[in-house]
Design a protein around this ligand. Structure first.
Ligand SMILES: [Cu+2]
Length: 107
């Protein structure tokens, strides 16, 4: 699992563009987006960090590999289906991810 911070990834469209770029290189890659934190975690058996970074960069974004394990948001994958912590890019938008983790739609 490799984590990148992509400061110019700002919405679900960016995420889907990035996902498409990575999957063009490795169709089996798994991607988890946290658009509010500008983070993407990628699990790929075929591609290492530098190759993933190159694919994202080629798509027009500026990935910075994050070392360690960032834990930015309290709610990730709350399971209620609201999309607040979802890993699905199409379930996220700017207004959803901008909200606080607690006191939001899940509580
Ligand atoms: Cu975007």
């Amino acid at each position: 699992m490799v984590t990148f911070r992509i400061s110019d990834m700002t919405c679900g469209h960016c995420a889907s563009t990035i996902a498409g770029a990575v999957r063009a290189e490795d169709p089996a890659a798994r991607l988890e987006f946290d658009i509010g934190e500008h983070l993407v975690r990628i699990a790929s058996a075929a591609l290492a960090g530098p190759a993933l970074q190159a694919a994202i960069r080629a798509a027009g974004y500026s990935p910075m590999e994050v070392q360690g394990r960032p834990q930015p948001a309290a709610a990730r994958g709350c399971g209620c289906g609201c999309g607040c912590g979802s890993t699905k890019a199409q379930a996220l938008d700017v207004t959803q991810t901008a909200g606080p983790a607690k006191g939001g739609c899940c509580n």
